[in-house]
Ligand binder design. Structure first.
Ligand code: JFZ
Length: 450
């Protein structure tokens, strides 16, 4: 009797193991295209986040690179731009409600961009203006300081209320800091001592950020030195520094998610940031494409008339999801803190679509098929394959690829559950489509397998 019982148990656990390995375990979610560590599960499932570029460059309105591209000196930049930055209309609740309605599940805010202005009340002494008298931060350097507001905390709190994960962006290069001067698209260090001291001070700022705001993501940038080792004063940031910074962040908060830009191109960090583009196929580890709505990150007046349309943005998000990536879509509020009309419109438009079709994005892994269909893209979750139809078939027949070795259970319009007739023969599932396409950007058909 006893041995019989053990046998059954062994068989059962073997079966369970098999199920787990093949990703078929009960109602569990389908595995991603790559291995996802435990601390990143929510991130890999959430898929869609909001990026916010906001700093004193938003007041100037020429984009966040203006200081470098227009050759503005530290002193002039401070006096004519940062000293006038007064985002009194910044409304965290409103921004987060737009993110929420758009279906975004996490948010990343620029705590310090290349311009060097800290958007929080930093106490690290070396981050001063050129007189050395004032700390170069939103609270201590700009007129907004008189309000005693902490907009990062306002955002964090609004996110918490809305159930949105919170992350921060931090630039490794700092055009303002006394250790560095702008040199091409990087900075030059004044001396080896300056380099050592700056890195220590940068870590002190990062500790302030983690201690104060407890971010779940730390999104680094300004790391491009192309140096593996042997730093010079011109290329002072190396792979070794990147590895060290990554370890440091984990020592502050063990489950924090860090991007590869601690020092890019060396496979560091927890996820990859393809260069402002979408890769051909799913990558071999978690990845995220960050994208602008109008070719500008920080507010740029000249780009206000050139927003992409809602359809383009939805199809871009779907393209990313079809390769099991994440999508971080940027807004660049104006200097007074208000959101631009163009970004509101796009967020609302995406929200309308996500309301109907969010199920085909969240918790999905990319397409199971090698080839892209001519009419759109695929995503999948558990036993469902989502057909994202972007080009409507003229003859009302949609030809989709059949999931090998499985039986179709039903086919339906995702927006309302309405069943569609289909014919599953050989390697194809041919679906009878409604005459009129319900959605211009992308109508999602769910093909459910047994
Ligand atoms: C960087 C920043 O310089 C820029 O201001 C913005 O914050 C953006 C999100 O990140 O810009 C980059 C960084 C990397 C690439 C392109 C622009 N890249 O890898 O192609």
């Amino acid at each position: 009797m006893k041995t019989g019982f053990n046998w059954k148990r062994k068989l059962l656990s073997l079966l369970l193991l098999f199920c787990l390995l093949t990703g078929l375990a009960g109602s569990g979610t389908m595995a991603h295209a790559y291995n996802v560590p435990d601390n990143m599960k929510w991130w890999a499932d959430d898929k869609f986040g909001m990026f916010i570029h906001f700093g004193s460059y938003s007041y100037f309105g020429h984009g966040e690179w203006a200081m470098q591209t227009e050759g503005i000196s530290k002193e002039t930049y401070q006096k004519t731009i940062s000293a006038k930055f007064d985002p009194e209309k910044f409304d965290a609740q409103e921004i987060v409600s737009y993110a929420k309605k758009a279906g975004m599940k996490y948010l990343v805010f620029t705590a310090k961009h290349h311009e060097g202005l800290a958007m929080w009340d930093t106490k690290v002494a070396s981050f001063t203006d050129t007189t050395g008298q004032k700390i170069y931060s939103l609270q201590q350097y700009t007129p907004f300081g008189k309000t005693n507001r902490d907009i990062i905390m306002e955002l964090k709190n609004a996110c918490q209320q809305a159930g949105i994960h919170f992350g921060l962006y931090y630039s490794i290069i700092d055009w303002n800091h006394s250790s560095q001067t702008v040199e091409g698209d990087f900075t030059k260090m004044a001396s080896w001592e300056a380099r050592t001291a700056y890195i220590a001070d940068m870590k002190a700022q990062l500790k302030e950020l983690v201690d104060t705001y407890d971010p779940e993501i730390m999104w680094f940038d300004g790391d491009w030195t192309y140096k593996k080792d042997n730093p010079t004063l011109k290329k002072w940031w190396t792979k070794q520094d990147g590895q060290d910074l990554y370890q440091y962040m984990k020592s502050l908060k063990s489950d924090i998610i860090v991007n590869e830009r601690v020092c890019r191109s060396f496979g560091l960090g927890d996820f990859e940031c393809p260069e402002q583009s979408i890769p051909e196929k799913a990558l071999s580890r978690p990845w995220e494409t960050c994208q602008t709505m109008n070719n500008a990150w920080g507010y740029k007046k000249d780009c206000e008339k050139s927003y992409y349309n809602v359809r383009y943005m939805i199809q871009d998000l779907v393209e990313v999801a079809s390769k099991d990536g994440n999508y971080l879509l940027n807004i660049g509020p104006k200097g007074d803190g208000t959101m631009t009309a163009g970004s509101r419109k796009i967020l609302k438009g995406i929200g309308n679509w996500m309301n109907r079709y969010g199920d085909s994005i969240y918790g999905t892994s990319g397409t199971p098929f090698a080839k892209k269909p001519s009419w759109g893209r695929y995503t999948r979750k558990d036993n469902v394959i989502y057909a994202h139809v972007m080009k409507w078939p003229k003859d009302q027949k949609l030809v989709t690829k059949k999931y090998a070795g499985k039986k179709v259970k039903k086919v339906y319009l995702l927006q309302n559950g309405k069943k569609l007739k289909y014919n599953a023969t050989g390697k194809k599932v041919i679906i009878k489509m409604p005459e009129k396409k319900p959605d211009k950007a992308d109508t999602v058909i769910a093909v459910q397998y047994q």
